[in-house]
Design a protein around this ligand. Structure first.
Ligand SMILES: Nc1ncnc2c1ncn2[C@@H]1O[C@H](COP(=O)(O)OP(=O)(O)OP(=O)(O)O)[C@@H](O)[C@H]1O
Ligand SMILES: [Mg+2]
Length: 313
């Protein structure tokens, strides 16, 4: 049986080398006896998948990707261009979309993740007030919430474009969602998601406690962030438990008993789950799920077990 090679984005300035962000992973793959190959991320994003994979040899067999996030449609073109060269991405396009986009994974994790609703949009057009009111009603009509798209939030613009203090204030919901859509612009993925806000355990960031007393601003503003563990799953097994890349110094040891079954239910081979502990001590919550190929690995983490599992899978 051929063993998988790993595809990395090439350095845009030097296409024979891996992108500097992924160079340490590529080096580690080589040290572990694996093979890495390079693809052109800019060409992939621009919809020129055939050109993007021209450095991948024909008949390269099973492949994993470790790189920048791709919209699901671009990933599907990527997979097709590799298939045309007799290469086989081990995560199928439907599998990628299921782990990458909230509506794809939400069903498998419902009950273990904050209650969420979504409104598909076409491009960067905000939902109508009627669509928002209907979504808010589905979410229970009151209480705090956060806004994101199918993939990403604007957590660094927390008050402006992420946090909704009170869903019953529909005008305020409209303002935060409107600003979110405006800032995402052409990068808005899929549509607008509203999630009930939950209080997670926080830790002081490197700059010390939040100056304004630690309200929700700290959750993503950088001062008192929610402590999250990023768990990397391959074929239903946790192959690496580490910190979230935003806070690589914060180590947590989540209880994985419940989430293991949910990852198996999702049925994707290589995924990550970001887990946070509820502030009231009532247990671990799944903040989000991601495709393992495009989840960021915190610098300094020992990724040899993870990468060794990938090239043996
Ligand atoms: N339902 C929620 N309740 C409370 N806080 C939340 C909730 N959802 C998200 N957050 C906070 O906002 C942050 C960003 O949310 P999320 O992880 O969903 O977005 P993201 O932009 O995909 O982030 P990243 O990819 O960097 O992990 C989380 O790390 C968490 O601190
Ligand atoms: Mg996150």
């Amino acid at each position: 049986m051929p063993v998988p090679s790993i595809l990395f984005p090439a350095d845009p300035l030097n296409p024979r080398r891996p992108d500097p962000h992924f160079a340490w992973e590529a080096r580690l793959v080589r040290e572990l006896g694996g093979e890495h190959l390079l693809v052109d991320h800019d060409a992939l994003l621009a919809g020129r998948a055939e050109e993007a994979v021209r450095r991948v040899p024909r008949g390269s067999g099973p492949l994993w990707y470790r790189g920048w996030m791709l919209p699901s449609a671009r990933y599907a073109e990527f997979a097709a261009a590799l298939t045309a060269r007799d290469g086989n991405l081990l995560t199928s396009p439907p599998g990628y979309a299921a782990a990458h986009e909230l509506p794809g994974w939400y069903g498998a994790f419902e009950g273990a993740t904050p209650p969420s609703v979504w409104i598909p949009t076409s491009g960067a057009v905000p939902p109508t007030p009627e669509e928002l009111a209907e979504a808010v009603a589905r979410l229970g009509g009151s209480g705090a919430a956060i806004v994101k798209d199918y993939v990403k939030s604007r957590k660094h613009e927390w008050h402006e474009a992420c946090y909704v203090p009170e869903l019953a204030d529909l005008a305020a919901v409209g303002r935060v969602v409107g600003r979110f859509v405006e800032l995402q612009g052409e990068f808005l993925a899929g549509g607008v998601v509203l999630r009930r806000y939950e209080e997670f355990e926080r830790a002081d960031g490197p700059d010390g406690p939040d100056e304004d007393g630690g309200d929700a601003a700290g959750a993503a503003g950088g001062e008192r962030r929610a402590v999250e563990a990023r768990v990397w799953w391959l074929d239903g097994r946790p192959v690496l438990v580490g910190p979230h890349p935003d806070a690589p110094h914060l180590q947590v040891e989540p209880d994985l008993t419940e989430v293991s079954a949910l990852v198996r239910r999702l049925g994707c081979r290589f995924v990550t789950t970001d887990l946070a502990s509820r502030a009231d001590g009532s247990g671990w919550r799944v903040v989000e799920v991601g495709d393992g190929q495009v989840s960021d690995l915190p610098r300094g983490i020992d990724a040899s077990g993870l990468l060794a599992s990938l090239i043996a899978a």
